[in-house]
Design a protein around this ligand. Structure first.
Ligand code: FCB
Length: 455
């Protein structure tokens, strides 16, 4: 392959999720989700906003598909809102909800865009939360029922399925740290929630395969690359712990290694978990290790770990650069390269997609209405080059999805963060492609990266 080009057939896409863009939170029989409940609870979202309307994609999907086509996207990753399909989580199916996704899938296919469907991107039906939510095993059973309904309905046309988006966020960010819905801060429940998410993934894989013969099935995990602040043993331990907590706890079981022994030990003896992992039942780990076709990788940044308590720690030799996005996430493309290499060679993963990568910058329209988001172009350039280098190193990376197609509701940060390659004016719902969107279109056309010209 020529130095800056990508392999033939490399898939170029963009990603979104249901709650972040759809709006129409109470329309056509949709049930309440935990994000509806959370955003309507004062104090949870930084700007007091909700996803009630968001990008109004529920009504504007046809224009959005047309825009994707105009930008040359080959694939689109979106998620299904569980409570649109099963308003109370299980049981009665809401045909109007399925019809919305039927129309969207048909529209994408007519535009020549390959749909990648994520079944769960965080909007659990509130009715299931009321019965205990993810910390309860029955929620995993409910997920399989939901996955069955959706894959039966769309499986004749959708060939790429992602069970879950970011189990770390579902389990820990939402149940230990409490920043996301349902906003719990209960440590053992957080680990049980994570387990049930993984279990539901493993149980759903054969169901999806049965409903969609020939389809690819995978899961999307999120990664924060962990690096030590110094070469000290204390910082190495802190780094290994963070990597275990954030990355290995999810990747290891999916790839048949069970929960990492050092972390089980740390959790059960370190006082953080006052009991054994009693939510793990016989057969669970085998189920979680169900063979998949690909791993979806979400990557945004790294963490530099320092043991602040260690008395004789060495001085830091690694510090974060001040090149950060508006999420205050360090721009660190090298991390993506290292991650892809580590995942493929360390876990023998046959196929990977970057299912999310992107950056938040507030650049908006100038006097002429143009949006010159050069920092996003630089970010994408760096990270796509990391992908290209990983491919050269032998990583079977099959595609890249930019987060995000358009500015949208960024969870606890509301509308204060803009990750889109397309600007959204929330007052008018006007969409304006940013310079980076045209840049990305040209990359897709060339199937290669241009030289980076400094702005
Ligand atoms: C990821 C989420 C996605 C978006 C980006 C910025 O963790 O999957 O929905 O919020 O972060």
């Amino acid at each position: 392959m020529a130095s800056r080009s990508f392999p033939t057939g490399f898939l170029w896409g963009a990603a979104t999720s249901s709650y972040q863009i759809e709006g129409a939170w109470q329309e056509d029989g949709k049930g309440e989700s935990i994000w509806d409940r959370f955003t309507h609870t004062p104090g949870k979202i930084i700007d007091g906003s909700t996803g009630d309307v968001a990008c109004d994609h529920y009504h504007r999907w046809a224009d959005d598909v047309a825009l994707m086509a105009e930008l040359g996207l080959q694939a689109y990753r979106f998620s299904i809102a569980w409570p649109r399909i099963l308003p109370v989580g299980r049981g009665p199916v809401n045909q109007a909800g399925l019809d919305f996704y039927n129309r969207l899938v048909d529209g994408l296919l007519a535009a020549g865009i390959t749909p990648f469907v994520t079944l769960y991107h965080w909007d659990l039906p509130q009715a299931l939360q009321d019965r205990g939510g993810w910390p309860v095993r029955a929620t995993a059973e409910a997920f399989v029922e939901y996955a069955d309904v959706v894959t039966r309905a769309l499986g004749d046309r959708v060939q790429h399925w992602i069970t879950h988006n970011e189990p770390w966020c579902i389990g820990l960010l939402s149940h230990q740290i409490g920043e996301h819905a349902p906003g719990w801060r209960v440590w053992p429940a957080a680990l049980a929630a994570s387990h049930h998410v993984l279990l539901s993934h493993g149980w759903a894989v054969p169901v999806i395969r049965a409903n969609c013969p020939g389809a690819e099935v995978g899961i999307t995990l999120n990664y924060t690359v962990a690096e030590a602040a110094s070469p000290s043993a204390a910082d190495a331990r802190a780094t290994r712990y963070f990597d275990g907590y954030f990355n290995r706890w999810f990747t290891d079981p999916v790839y048949g290694r069970g929960y990492p022994a050092d972390m089980v030990d740390a959790y059960t003896t370190g006082g953080q978990l006052p009991r054994e992992l009693d939510f793990v039942q016989p057969g669970d780990m085998e189920a979680i290790a169900a063979q998949t076709d690909f791993l979806g990788v979400n990557y945004y940044t790294r963490a530099i770990l320092r043991d602040e308590q260690a008395a004789d720690n060495l001085p830091p030799t690694r510090v974060a650069s001040d090149d950060v996005t508006e999420m205050e996430w360090e721009v660190y493309p090298e991390g993506l390269y290292r991650l892809l290499v580590r995942l493929h060679f360390g876990y023998d993963i046959p196929k990977l997609y970057v299912t999310e990568n992107g950056c938040s910058y507030g650049d908006g329209p100038d006097a002429q209405g143009r949006i010159q988001d050069d920092r996003r172009i630089a970010y994408l350039h760096g990270h796509l080059d990391a992908c290209r280098r990983a491919l050269e190193a032998g990583v079977p990376l099959a595609g890249y999805f930019q987060w995000s197609l358009m500015d949208n509701f960024e969870w606890a940060k509301g509308y204060t963060q803009r990750f889109g390659m397309v600007w959204v004016d929330y007052a008018t719902q006007q969409r304006i492609p940013k310079a980076s969107a045209y840049w990305y279109r040209d990359v897709i056309r060339a199937n290669a990266l241009p030289p980076l010209v400094a702005a």
